[in-house]
Design a protein around this ligand. Structure first.
Ligand code: NAD
Ligand code: IPM
Ligand code: MN
Length: 357
């Protein structure tokens, strides 16, 4: 109900292409009395190359005042000599996640029955075990992403580089607590901690101890633990075992690209960078990047961006509208033929038409 200030950051490469389709579907899915007041932000590689600016403070302050954010993708062509590595990823994307305190990076994965046709590389035997429906709660503000580290004697044979993972009790506990809350609301009520406590013992101890501690407050939730390497096995042989996964920032990044691939492709995977305390706007974006290899051809699958729009609606308190998008996407997936080539706007139009009924 009412007006939602929606900040839109289309970004680079296929970002603007898929964001246009997400907006198209959002408009038709939103309840009649919900109006989006959109502000587009010109941020990304193009702006940086033109002006040297990544995220000016004044723009960040404007963004802070939005109700929600929709982001396409950021990142330029690999090894562009004019784009220092990580400048946009760190200076724009991670900066937004950190500044807006997006400590829950929510990344759902579903393989609907019949998904074998839809591009999942899993065998019929694995898919035949049943529906896959899990969500990764990836910590979004700490871990090895904080930029804590440095390099000595750069470029010499004696070079030493460190990238230190930061794990605070405050940061770890709050994301674990959020994951327990989410697990409690799902039918299977199961939460798996994913880490590498056998090797990363300092960080591992914090995660393991706080996981055990918080679990005492959620006796209705079944708990489980897997090392990250074994999760690679389970995701490809028995993905049905997972319900909610909670894990650190880097493990969560890696595990969700695999989750996307098994569930039908990176073009389907949506995410929300959520601030559960609502002290700043949450930001919704596909899991994929700017895909410079296919940018400009209008062949990117906008489904991930469209489903990110559904997560946005759900976050804003419109679960029925979100469910309408999910149902339209499912119908679109079911209608896809192997080898079918549709252009990005055609997919968006088809899903929007289904939402409109
Ligand atoms: P990527 O996700 O952009 O692409 C990986 C592969 O998936 C490519 O082959 C690409 O063509 C394909 N792909 C991605 N999205 C697709 C879609 N919607 N439909 C069809 N195919 C799709 O990852 P990358 O190549 O490692 O990174 C490219 C750039 O994007 C880098 O600069 C990276 O830092 C950045 N990146 C940004 C984000 C983000 O903004 N959230 C996420 C990941 C990567
Ligand atoms: C993602 C991306 C980002 C991440 C990069 C571009 C900073 O890979 O959203 O998954 O690692 O979180
Ligand atoms: Mn990633």
């Amino acid at each position: 109900t009412g007006q939602v200030a929606l900040g839109v950051i289309p970004g680079d490469g296929i970002g603007p292409e898929v964001t246009a389709e997400a907006l198209k579907v959002l408009e038709v899915a939103a309840p009649a009395d919900l109006k989006f007041a959109q502000t587009q932000y010109d941020l990304g590689a193009e702006r940086y190359l033109r002006t040297g600016e990544v995220l000016p403070d004044s723009v960040l302050e404007e963004i802070r005042n939005q109700d929600a954010l929709l982001l396409g993708a950021v990142g330029g062509k690999p090894n562009d000599p004019n784009l220092p590595p990580g400048i946009l990823e760190r200076g724009l994307l991670l900066k937004l996640r950190f500044e807006l305190d997006h400590y829950v990076n929510l990344r759902p994965s579903r393989i609907y029955p019949g998904a074998a046709r839809l591009g999942s590389p899993l065998s019929d035997e694995v898919l035949g075990k049943g529906e896959v429906d899990f969500v990764v709660v990836r910590e979004g503000t700490e871990g090895p992403y904080t930029g804590n580290g440095g390099a000595l004697r750069v470029g010499t044979p004696a070079e030493v580089a460190t990238e230190v993972s930061v794990n605070t009790a405050y940061g770890v506990e709050r994301v674990i607590r959020d994951a327990f809350e989410r697990a409690r609301k799902r039918p299977r009520k199961k939460l798996t901690l994913v880490h590498k406590t056998n090797v990363l013992v300092h960080a591992g101890q914090v995660w393991w101890r706080l996981f055990q501690q918080v679990a005492e407050e959620y006796p209705d939730v079944t708990t489980d633990y897997s090392h990250i390497d074994a999760v690679m096995i389970y995701l490809t042989t028995d993905p049905q075992r997972f319900d909610v996964i909670v894990t650190d920032n880097l493990f969560g990044d890696i595990v969700t690209d695999l989750a996307a691939a098994i569930s039908g492709g990176i073009g389907l995977a949506a995410s929300g960078n959520v601030n559960p305390d609502r002290t700043s706007p949450s930001m919704f974006e596909p899991v994929h990047g700017s895909a410079p290899d296919i940018a400009g051809q209008l062949i990117a699958d906008p489904t991930a961006a469209i489903l990110s729009g559904a997560l946005l609606l759900d976050h804003l308190g419109h679960p029925e509208a979100a469910a309408r998008i999910e149902a339209a996407v499912l119908a679109d997936l079911e209608a896809r033929e192997p080898g079918q080539q549709r252009r990005t706007p055609e997919v968006g139009d088809a899903i929007a038409a289904r939402v409109a009924g």
